[in-house]
Design a protein around this ligand. Structure first.
Ligand SMILES: Cc1ncc(COP(=O)(O)O)c(C=O)c1O
Length: 238
């Protein structure tokens, strides 16, 4: 994280800071020191924080997930978002929850009321019950995903690509230059024909001109046999 860039981005008109940890697409988990720096900026400028922590339980290798809401002076200015889709591996459900101080949660409720009005009520009922056993669910899912991440990461290396380490989440990034591509968009266009595998250019997540054009995002939130098949096909397509 570049704290100077963050400070430079805050203007007198800034009201809200949006944070995402663990991060999609990078799989980064913000450290205690980084969160301290972000919290300093938020307190200095009286910013409200919306923190997207939908991958809070899907953190591997013992890296601790921390919420900025737990830092001094932050709880009263922070909305923490999480998701059934990620925590319980039911991505089609589109149900989540928000924690925060009552006035901010009420504001979110008003926005929800005037945008989508309601969510899938039966899913909400199911989720309310599932939350009672979140730790058991999450532990099993974490083990499955960690194994998938390792399988995919090793497979990408075997296929001659250069994967980056994902500390958390569903995704990992790979450098496609060893296959002769400088451009992840071209790589992703050709990959379905070449290997029967689909990836997303990381540049799609950027707004500015500074996107790392050589990176693509692969997903490992699949059945183990699907990850294995993808790896075999990538190795053959090398
Ligand atoms: C960082 C992040 N936040 C939110 C979401 C949306 O979650 P849901 O599927 O529960 O709407 C996603 C889904 O990919 C995500 O990666």
């Amino acid at each position: 994280m570049n704290a100077d860039a963050l400070r430079a981005a805050v203007t007198p008109r800034t009201r809200v800071l949006v944070l995402n940890t663990p991060h999609n697409p990078v799989g980064k988990v913000f450290t205690a020191a980084e969160l301290d720096e972000i919290a300093d900026v938020c307190r200095e400028h009286s910013l409200t924080v919306v923190t997207d922590e939908v991958y809070e339980h899907l953190v591997y290798d013992g890296t601790p997930h921390r919420t900025i809401a737990a830092l001094p002076g932050m709880r009263e200015r922070t909305l923490v978002i999480s998701s059934a889709g990620k925590t319980f591996n039911v991505t089609g459900w589109k149900v989540g929850w928000i924690c925060g101080p009552a006035p901010l949660v009420a504001a979110v409720g008003s926005v929800k009321q005037f945008l989508t009005y309601a969510s899938g009520t039966p899913y909400q009922e199911a989720l309310a019950r599932m939350l009672g056993s979140v730790e058991e669910w999450a532990a099993e899912l974490r083990d499955t995903l960690r194994a998938n991440r390792d399988l995919l990461s090793d497979g990408l290396k075997q296929a001659g690509l250069r994967p980056y380490r994902a500390e958390a989440g569903y995704f990992l990034q790979a450098d496609v230059r060893p296959w002769g591509y400088a451009d992840g968009v071209a790589f992703c266009r050709e990959l379905p024909d070449r290997a029967g595998v689909v990836a997303i250019p990381t540049s799609a997540f950027y707004q500015g001109q500074d996107a790392p054009s050589w990176l693509v995002r692969f997903s490992f939130c699949k059945r183990e046999e699907s990850v294995r098949a993808a790896v075999d096909q990538l190795v053959r397509a090398r």
